[in-house]
Design a protein around this ligand. Structure first.
Ligand SMILES: [Fe+2]
Length: 425
């Protein structure tokens, strides 16, 4: 029996199918372009290879091709006649995920890795910012994420993938030296892993090392295929640093070439959240934002996220609708009862509406209670700086400059000397 790169047996006897499967897994773990093609080549070499079809389904989920993913999963099920116990359980986890049964899927992942901790495609489902723990809406989910990756690290050891996602978890709880050390070890083993370069950039951001970070990412992304899943988001990080370092020309060049809905190849949740956050952070830094950019984004949000439920996306949809002046779309989110953190989406949406009207008192009233627990909304700390900087801006606009300085110093010390907000300083 052939095995994958983690030594797990695969029910295929076709070497070419196994080798292409291994390539597909590596692309998935490293967020590099080519996973769909690799898994497609795998099942072409062995049309009875069930896990090859599961891999293809997973890759198509990342391609936002849900009908294609469902078709691949149906084929996997049809040829799953003589699987090992591990493979059958692996397939069942991905069926739950594809059906959107996220609570059951998360439990199934936990059960699965208790038995098969080296089954990394399954383990990966509960890692990353937009994974099932990150988007659970649970209080303390950053600590839960760290506990989860710690458990995997113990099983996998010196492995480039687990070190990169463990470093991410360390960064998000503020263990920055440990995070950087983990990323450097991961990158030394595999420098093309975008999950590692991404959170090396996050760690530099959290350390306030913007100039180093900007240069690092500009260099790293030059060899990263623009069709890859994290290209748009890494571009967002670059554009944020361009904004902080007052390079407006580069900011808009990166926005139009790699972040805007018409240009990005990223997942819709990245396209929406990165574009909205960047446009608004540019506005509060004092830059002029073309109104069409907001209306384009509002249209994109209503096309890809027509119904509330994905709370982190929802707060960014609400921002786009508010800035585009679409009160009807905004009202749906301001009243939503849906989503893993819908109770926080409502006041944030109302705050965006108040901000658009320049009613700073109402904006403050709505946003203040959210600040203590906005981690439940999902996203990284750098992404939720949208809320931190917005809150700072509201305090300034409503005449509370002293409180603005005290607040940012206690909540986000990296911005205490120089925050990219007009009028702060
Ligand atoms: Fe990021």
């Amino acid at each position: 029996m052939l095995a994958d790169q983690y030594g797990l047996p695969l029910t295929t006897s076709v070497l070419e199918a196994r080798d292409a499967y291994v390539t597909g897994v590596n692309h998935t773990l490293a967020a590099t372009f080519g996973a769909s093609d690799a898994f497609a080549a795998s099942v072409e070499a062995d049309p009875g290879f069930a896990l090859g079809f599961v891999g293809l389904a997973r890759a198509r989920m990342y391609d936002t091709d849900i009908p294609g993913a469902q078709k691949a999963m149906a084929t996997a099920r049809a040829c799953a006649t003589q699987l090992t116990e591990r493979e059958a359980a692996h397939l069942a986890v991905f069926e739950l995920l594809l059906q959107g049964r996220t609570t059951e899927a998360r439990r199934a992942v936990q059960d699965h890795i208790a038995n098969y901790s080296r089954d990394v495609l399954v383990a990966q489902i509960c890692t990353n910012i937009f994974g099932l723990i990150g988007m659970s809406g649970e209080p303390g989910r950053e600590s839960l994420q760290l506990a989860y990756t710690t458990q995997l690290l113990e099983a996998l050891g010196e492995d480039w993938w687990i070190m990169s996602v463990h470093g991410q978890a360390l960064c998000e709880v503020g263990q920055l030296d440990e995070a950087m050390s983990m990323m450097e070890r991961s990158l030394a083993l595999n420098n093309v892993n975008a999950n590692a370069s991404h959170f090396k950039a996050h760690t530099l951001y959290e350390q306030g090392a913007g100039e180093i970070g900007r240069a690092y990412l500009a260099d790293w992304i030059a060899n990263y295929d623009e069709r890859s899943v994290l290209h748009g988001h890494l571009s967002w990080h670059r554009a944020l640093w361009a904004l902080e370092q007052e390079d407006e020309a580069e900011l808009w060049e990166i926005y139009s070439s790699s972040i805007a809905p018409a240009a990005s190849h990223s997942l819709p949740i990245n396209v929406l959240t990165d574009a909205a956050a960047l446009l608004y952070r540019a506005e509060i830094a004092g830059l002029d934002v073309e109104p069409e950019l907001w209306s384009d984004l509002s249209d994109y949000a209503s096309r890809y996220f027509p119904n509330p439920g994905m709370s982190f996306a929802d707060i960014h949809s609400a921002l786009a609708h508010a800035m585009a002046g679409d009160g009807d779309r905004l009202a749906v989110l301001a009243e939503t009862q849906s989503g893993f953190a819908g109770d926080l989406v409502r006041p944030v949406a109302r705050a965006w509406g108040a901000i658009a009207r320049q009613d700073w008192t109402a904006a403050l009233q709505n946003l203040t209670p959210v600040m203590a627990e906005h981690a439940r909304l999902g996203g990284s700390r750098a992404q939720r700086d949208l809320l931190e900087l917005t809150y700072l801006n509201i305090l300034l606009k409503s005449g509370h400059a002293d409180e603005a300085h005290r607040t940012i110093k206690s909540r986000r010390p990296i911005f205490s000397q120089a925050a990219p907000v007009a009028g702060f300083g």
